[in-house]
Design a protein around this ligand. Structure first.
Ligand code: FAD
Length: 486
């Protein structure tokens, strides 16, 4: 253990962020780094408690007290070894994970939790700076070939692990660059794209081949991949957005969030796009939906120079303090406050949008909304909402982003052609812990299997699925499993 009294001596401190009015001037990341003394203090706050719940709070089973201890001792190589054993991409999770490990931190019962996410980011950035991040594929190969479909965090993690096991891996990606939603969903101000390029370079040095601009089910059939490979891993994400099919949906100015975010990421990355410009500049913007996608629309609209940005959430505001039904200091992620909200956004809770109103030219001019109240069950959980009588009103706006989540993966193309069975939520059916689909040699992981989720879960599923593929190919696997550490 680093410093037994550290948690009493030091308060939680996060690295300085650029002021909101400064950071909205560009799309760069705006969170700084600790100096070495501060990093040392923050790692010293880890209590090395008897039962470290942070292990099980993390979907990857990260061995957090151990790397905190190594950081406290300035033992960078050791810290990096511990962290990279369970997490292939700490540079992603260290930047954008909602850090369920911190919600599980025992210190969090009495004081703010250990700044685990930041410590993780520092370990990997120091490791890159000290040239510790190196290709790790074994010299002796198995002679087996695996195709991975989709280059998001799930596909990348599966590819990295399969390569580590000695298999020849090719990743197929329909977009022009690898990264999935890390590249073309999450804005640069949360994750600059050189971070992905740097990792892809290490993976390529490891022998992993990335074939972009190649859609399976269109350019190559799944059946062809099955024939030419010993196994196939599907990691195509959950890409069909939830719609709001109310009157006026067809007016110009009502967009799915991803059409806006993807275009802006392409603009920043100098990638070509063939869709009409969606610009928030000078407009009154409403974002419908309160999750990560919604807050990324808020941050991007502010960077475009929107006249006003409002965000509507049909749920009511969550309690800001512990209640008998919410004893742990962990609020529902859907309703969290993000750095984008600090940059300027009026949040409206318990609001239902009933109609989009347009002008004679077919352009959106306003929303018709009402306030709602929720009926609660015995556990105080919302089950049904009703309109508040007399609350109907019109709110002027010229641009709306629908950010209400994703319903399932795209079924046309690869899934339909391949005859893949779906589960009751219309995701690719493959049991957690097994990851095999109904189709011979084909496995599935990430959002395509579990439904829309988090980067940390995608990495976790990619790793676990890779282990199952390795067992399938070799009869056993030496790849790490989170079950072994948590
Ligand atoms: P994806 O990242 O979706 O990658 C799937 C890839 O497969 C895509 O590149 C796609 O083009 C490719 N593909 C699909 N079909 C084919 C095919 N037939 N042939 C070839 N390629 C194909 N999570 C967090 O933890 N923190 C956040 O801050 C956060 N912010 C988010 C913001 C937004 C706007 C969105 C939409 C999601 C966010 N998430 C966040 C969720 C997170 O990004 C996803 O859970 C995660 O990326 C899922 O990883 P994946 O690899 O399963 O799929």
């Amino acid at each position: 253990m680093g410093k037994p009294t550290g948690f009493q001596e030091y308060n939680r401190e996060l690295p300085a962020k650029k002021a909101p009015e400064e950071r909205v001037k560009n799309y760069n990341e705006f969170v700084g780094l600790y100096n070495e003394e501060k990093l040392n203090e923050q790692s010293a706050r880890c209590m090395n408690c008897g039962i470290p719940f942070c292990h099980s709070g993390c979907p990857l089973g990260n061995v957090i007290p151990e790397f905190n201890d190594a950081v406290y001792r300035h033992s960078w190589e050791e810290a990096y070894d511990i962290l990279s054993t369970t997490n292939n991409f700490p540079e992603f999770t260290g930047r954008i994970c909602p850090a369920p490990c911190e919600s599980a931190c025992v210190l969090g019962i009495n004081k703010p939790p250990v700044a685990i996410e930041e410590i993780e980011k520092h370990i990997i950035e120091i490791a890159y700076a000290k040239n510790l991040v190196k290709p790790s594929a074994p010299f002796i190969k198995t002679g087996k070939k695996v195709a991975v479909i989709g280059s998001g965090p799930a596909g990348m993690a599966a590819a990295a692990q399969l390569s580590k096991a000695g298999h020849a891996v090719t990743v197929y990606e329909r977009d022009d660059r690898p990264g999935g939603l890390l590249r073309y969903g999450i804005p640069d101000f949360k994750l600059e794209k050189w971070v992905i390029d740097r990792r892809v370079k290490v993976m390529e040095e490891d022998g992993i081949v990335f074939k972009c601009n190649t859609e399976i089910g269109k350019d190559i059939t799944l059946e062809e991949l099955q024939r030419n490979n010993d196994a196939v891993v599907l990691a195509g994400g959950s890409t069909i957005p939830r719609n709001l099919p109310i009157p006026g949906r067809e007016f110009k100015g009502v967009h799915f969030a991803m059409d806006f975010l993807k275009q802006q990421n392409k603009r920043v990355g100098n990638s070509a796009f063939d869709t009409e410009d969606i610009l928030a500049t000078g407009k009154d913007v409403v974002v419908i939906g309160g999750g990560d996608t919604g807050s990324d629309c808020v941050g991007t609209s502010n960077r475009h120079g929107a006249n006003s940005v409002r965000q509507f959430e049909v749920m009511v505001q969550p309690p800001q303090q512990r209640t008998p039904h919410m004893p742990w200091p962990n609020y529902p992620m859907l309703l969290k406050t993000t750095s984008s909200h600090e940059e300027g956004c009026e949040r409206h809770w318990g609001v239902n949008t009933k109609e989009f109103l347009g002008d004679e030219n077919g352009n959106l001019r306003a929303l018709k909304v009402t306030d709602v109240s929720w009926e609660l069950d015995v556990m105080n959980r919302p089950i049904k909402f009703a309109e508040v009588p007399g609350s109907e009103r019109e709110l002027p706006c010229q641009l709306v982003f629908l950010a209400m989540g994703f319903v399932h993966p795209q079924h046309t193309g690869m899934i339909e052609q391949g005859g893949l069975e779906l589960d009751e939520r219309k995701n690719v059916k493959a049991k957690e812990g097994v990851y095999r689909t109904n189709v011979s040699k084909v496995f599935a992981c990430g959002d395509m299997r579990r439904g829309q989720s988090l980067v940390v879960w995608a990495i976790s599923e990619g790793r676990e699925a890779a282990r199952k593929v390795d067992e399938f190919l070799m009869g056993h696997s030496m790849l790490e499993s989170k079950d072994a550490v948590s």
